[in-house]
Design a protein around this ligand. Structure first.
Ligand SMILES: Nc1ncnc2c1ncn2[C@@H]1O[C@H](COP(=O)(O)OP(=O)(O)OP(=O)(O)O)[C@@H](O)[C@H]1O
Ligand SMILES: [Mg+2]
Length: 576
């Protein structure tokens, strides 16, 4: 392609709302333009990159035996009601009425649609296993669309769904997808780690995320220092701490203190001159008909996924003010563990609360707190409705099986899930086994964020001058830069360009009538990994320059060897 004929609107200015490098550079390099919050147009360079990513994903999915289909993005909300996910996905589900008054949604994911398809088409174990996938837009009304295409409201996802007859079959399908994902991300030139993840609103058990470590990531990846274990912070299992302090049962008796209008942890700490780690946070939840009180230390964050697991329920919801008042007998902010255990269905105590010598918490009386609360003395640590477990997010200093944990930020580019039978049971996706017994299909689902791959590649591949893209996903593989307006330069650049094209290379020729400085600036910005520079002075000596975008220095090669050398470097760059 010729630069002069393409729409490559590079710009100097960084848009005010672009906080992270990939967002800034994708705008500056003319890859994307924003339409509205969380929606972007892909211009020719950005779209070329996305198509290359899509191609890699498609090749590897097909190689794994999965079959490509395309499902509607417009979906009846009724289908979502059958699995209860109209509620579980409440906030991010776009919903609207059509002119018949029927409610619809724009697909944020497609478990419901694919499972209803399986319900219609799969009859016998002989049709299993099967893995169906698609590559198409998804819509999520993200609470905070940001970071450009890293978290947008419309994005392209590859979503795959496996159906198996047995649990072992699911294990095999899952493993195949995991392996295909490794090949995909390797070919895309990403460095990544896989971590255990939390199953969230999806249901199911085993699930792992593919994370690209980057400061712009919104997830926290936790790994043991030896790298043998990794998990999302929302999932990581932390060791229970040793009992702290020495007071225990011999601590001074509890003492009620007047704390007028002081409800939050920070405010109480300031008022009573205590530290957050000496506080006990008392959180009241509902899980269906069940009332649950959870206790975590003031400096810790409750983890609702872990709380669900410990309670053996699929979802918990913070109680409303009225329920809190009713159970605690006080305004919000003054609940405490003393006397609450008897009133609720479950008291769930985090290990680190259990290990406290004594703590401060609400007094279940408006405007009052209690000091010297001793676990086991002032509220029960055991009993029929008492559970002690890991219900908080990991923090710096925690260990896993005795190993110190390391925290980093990560971008989730892919996710593999063992779903089980949640969807197949809800939507009647059953099959007849060899003995003619009707059984629900055992499912897995597997997502990849196509746009996030590109943004993540830029996050880990850029410098001040612009993007440094891996050759397999860059908009072009080679950029030929003729400098100056001499005819000899133009002819030599054209020859190199033609020969590279003939060799099957994806080349851009910067044929613009522009100063060398402008061409070099744009070349660095758009991130094509290999540059062939044809200048008048070099050509007089029969040489051209070849430069990897990531290198500071160019190599001078005889003009006649330029194509061969470029192909050689490119072969090295695209090897996986
Ligand atoms: N808003 C978004 N913008 C761009 N890509 C997204 C977005 N949400 C999800 N993805 C991509 O789709 C993949 C599969 O979707 P999945 O349902 O697992 O996302 P998710 O876990 O909800 O993502 P997140 O935790 O980042 O919100 C993700 O791994 C991610 O790469
Ligand atoms: Mg996910």
């Amino acid at each position: 392609m010729r630069y002069s004929q393409m729409l490559i609107p590079t710009v100097k200015e960084v848009p005010a709302d672009a906080e992270v490098p990939s967002h800034q550079l994708m705008i500056r390099a003319g890859f994307i333009r924003k339409l509205a919050s969380g929606t972007y147009t892909y211009l020719p360079l950005g779209w070329r990159s996305l198509l290359k990513i899509i191609n890699i994903v498609r090749e590897e999915m097909n190689a794994s035996g999965a079959q490509e289909i395309l499902m509607p993005l417009l979906q009846p909300l009724e289908l979502w009601e059958k699995t209860g996910r109209d509620v579980a996905f409440q906030e991010i589900l776009f919903r609207f009425a059509d002119h018949h008054g029927r409610m619809n949604t724009l697909s944020p994911t497609a478990e419901e649609v694919v499972t209803s398809l399986a319900a219609d088409e799969i009859r016998s174990y002989k049709q299993l296993p099967i893995n169906l996938y698609q590559i198409c837009p998804k819509f999520r009304d993200e609470f905070r669309p940001r970071f450009g295409v890293l978290r947008s409201r419309e994005f392209i996802m590859k979503d795959a769904y496996s159906f198996d007859a047995t649990v072992e079959g699911l294990d095999e399908s899952y493993r195949k997808m995991y392996d295909a994902y490794c090949r995909i991300f390797d070919r895309c030139g990403l460095t990544y780690v896989t971590v255990e993840a939390e199953s969230g609103g999806m249901g199911g058990t085993d699930t792992e995320e593919f994370m690209v470590l980057s400061d712009s990531g919104e997830d926290i990846v936790v790994q043991t220092e030896d790298g043998s274990y990794g998990a999302n912070v929302t999932r990581v299992e932390v060791d229970p701490p040793a009992k702290t302090g020495k007071a225990g049962r011999d601590a001074p008796p509890t003492q009620e203190v007047h704390t007028p209008g002081v409800g939050s942890i920070e405010a109480v700490c300031g008022f009573l001159d205590t530290q957050p780690h000496e506080m006990i946070k008392t959180l009241i939840y509902g899980a269906g008909e069940m009332s649950v009180v959870a206790l975590v230390r003031g400096d810790h964050e409750i983890n609702e996924g872990k709380l669900c697991n410990v309670c053996g329920v699929s979802a918990v919801e913070l109680a409303n003010e009225q329920t809190i008042r009713q159970l605690s007998g006080a305004e919000v902010g003054f609940a405490g563990p003393m006397g609450l255990a008897e009133k609720v269905n479950r008291l769930v105590i985090d290990h680190s609360v259990g290990a406290m010598a004594a703590g401060v918490s609400g007094a279940n009386k408006t405007d009052y707190h209690v000091k010297n609360i001793v676990p086991g003395r002032d509220f029960p640590m055991e009993g029929e409705n008492v559970l002690v477990g890991d219900i908080r997010n990991a923090v710096e200093g925690d260990t896993h099986e005795g190993k110190k944990l390391r925290f980093s930020r990560g971008i989730e580019v892919g996710h593999v899930f063992k779903l089980g039978t949640k969807y197949s049971e809800a939507l009647g996706a059953t099959f007849l086994d060899e003995q003619d017994n009707e059984k629900p299909c055992i499912m897995g689902c597997y997502g990849i964020g196509i746009n996030r791959i590109l943004a993540a590649a830029i996050e880990i591949g850029h410098d001040e001058a612009g993007c440094i893209l891996p050759a397999n996903i860059a908009p072009f593989e080679v950029l030929v830069l003729p400098l100056g307006d001499s005819e000899a330069v133009g002819a030599e650049a054209q020859r190199i360009y033609d020969e590279l094209i003939a060799a099957g290379t994806d080349v851009l020729l910067d044929d613009r009538e522009a100063r060398p400085g402008v061409k070099f600036k744009d070349a660095d910005l758009i991130g094509i990994p290999l540059h062939v520079v044809v200048g008048q002075r070099g050509l007089k000596n029969g040489t051209v320059e070849i430069k990897r975008r990531k290198d500071a220095e160019a190599m001078t090669v005889p003009a006649g060897d330029a194509v061969g050398k470029a192909l050689e470097i490119l072969a090295e760059m695209t090897k996986t």
